[in-house]
Design a protein around this ligand. Structure first.
Ligand code: AMP
Length: 145
């Protein structure tokens, strides 16, 4: 079977074009980070490249380099903003790999001793809570944390 192609109408492409809203935590020329609407833990953030790719395998290595730099920036800010004990960072490829949105994205989730992750695609979080979490991350970034 041929490899699946990038669909420019996927939900993260729509977020990048400003067609649907997101709770923005960080943005630079190449990447965007925003709150996951169905968080697996408090502060669950997604970091995406602006360049189109379905997943890891079809991404331009230069886009991966800027993406991982942003993941590190966001991970530091998320850890500080939520006073987390640790972080879980993960990425899925294709339905068999657990992927549900087909624009490359890296999950960054603050972790706390003894607190398990909630299940993937669990409940929708409250908008006001997500807005406050995004603001907390932006404040940590502004404070250089
Ligand atoms: P994955 O299984 O890695 O493709 O995960 C996709 C993630 O995107 C899931 O954790 C969803 O909760 C999240 N998600 C789906 N739609 C949106 C959206 N409009 N804004 C933010 N996160 C979303």
């Amino acid at each position: 079977m041929a490899d699946a192609q990038y669909d420019p109408d996927n939900i993260f492409a729509k977020i990048l074009r400003g067609e649907i809203p997101c709770h923005r935590a960080y943005e630079d020329a190449d990447t965007l980070a925003f709150m996951d609407v169905m968080p697996q833990g408090e502060g669950h953030t997604l970091v995406i490249p602006k360049a189109p790719s379905r997943g890891l395998l079809d991404a331009d290595p230069a886009a991966l380099a800027s993406l991982m730099a942003s993941v590190q920036t966001v991970a530091r800010a998320v850890k500080a903003a939520f006073e987390a004990d640790g972080l879980t960072v993960f990425q899925f490829n294709e339905p068999a790999g657990g992927q549900t949105v087909f624009h490359l994205h890296i999950h960054v989730i603050p972790r706390f001793e003894g607190v398990p992750l909630k299940r993937h695609e669990g409940g929708m979080a409250d908008n006001a809570v997500l807005a406050e979490h995004a603001a907390r991350i932006r404040a940590a970034l502004e404070a250089g944390r």
